[in-house]
Write a protein that binds this ligand. Structure first.
Ligand SMILES: [Zn+2]
Length: 288
């Protein structure tokens, strides 16, 4: 029994049990499937007649009647809660966040300014963070995600999401995206339909493109040698948005790809497979 069938089966069982137990508005949690990891995605088949699903008071993406909830990498382990409206009643749904051991990565950078920026550079980095936070907070109208998410670049994966990183032995935030290496100039494409939210040049991330896929799903493409779209452009799935490069804090040409869901950076690999599952596709079958 695959997970989605198991989910549906469980919901039917729970619905019957809830009727038998009369109108107690307690939530029933599927212990086998109702789990997520920090930095992952919690997929929840939305009950009928439900709306306004929120996590930590941020609205959540729904694709094909499945809520896909971004879990922050710093989320404490244990019970987490979604809120939603059903038949006009405020309801909750609980799920468990379980541990995931992310590996460590040690990186040596020759350019010390990329490890310890000076005050002027720090101010630039702070200003850039403010701009990025505003983009990650956007919740635009939904777009068609029924074709899933394609890979923006074919290449060798050089760093996974979540690595606990040390630059020249100094601890830094966990790796917030997926690194794919390819020669400078290789085309980078949009994984799904989107509006270009921002084309920017950032201290650490270099030449960067942000895509807004609606409902709080934002993706970011960094270290490009060139951006080939402009802020406000509409792009289709697999349309070129830039070229691989080595701008910003890098040790060689690669794409850093981040996926942000309801304001939190999450594992792009997990998101692709959860979205494919939600819309009824095999991840391997998605073109490109
Ligand atoms: Zn990276």
């Amino acid at each position: 029994m695959n997970h989605r069938i198991a989910d549906r089966f469980w919901i039917r069982v729970c619905a019957a049990a809830a009727v038998a137990a009369s109108l107690a508005f307690t939530d029933v949690t599927d212990a086998a499937n109702a789990t997520a990891v920090p930095g992952g995605v919690y997929a929840w088949p939305v009950p009928e007649n439900s709306q306004n699903i929120r996590f930590q008071n941020r609205s959540v993406l729904v694709a094909n009647s499945t809520a896909l909830v971004g879990i922050p990498i710093k989320q404490p382990l244990g019970t987490a809660t979604l809120t939603f409206l059903q038949h006009g009643q405020q309801r909750t749904h609980a799920f468990e966040v379980v541990d995931k051991r992310y590996t460590e990565q040690r990186i040596t950078l020759k350019n010390q300014e990329m490890v310890t920026p000076n005050p002027e550079q720090l101010q630039r980095i702070r200003d850039e963070s403010t701009r990025q936070r505003a983009i990650y907070a956007r919740v635009s109208p939904s777009v068609d995600l029924s074709a899933g998410f394609t890979l923006p670049l074919r290449g060798r994966t050089t760093s996974l999401f979540g690595h606990r990183r040390f630059f020249n032995d100094q601890p830094r935030n966990p790796h917030s995206g997926l690194d794919i290496a390819a020669p400078t100039g290789t085309p980078v494409t949009a994984p799904g339909p989107a509006t270009v939210a921002l084309v920017d040049d950032l201290y650490y991330n270099g030449k960067t493109v942000f895509l807004d896929h609606g409902q709080g799903l934002i993706t970011m493409y960094c270290h490009l040698s060139a951006q080939t779209v402009s802020t406000g452009d509409r792009v289709e799935q697999n349309q070129q948005i830039g070229l691989v490069g080595a701008t910003g804090r890098v040790t060689g040409p690669h794409l850093h790809w981040s996926v942000s869901l309801n304001g939190y950076r999450i594992d792009p690999v997990t998101f692709r497979s959860k979205l494919a599952d939600a819309v009824g596709l095999e991840p391997e079958s998605i073109a490109r």
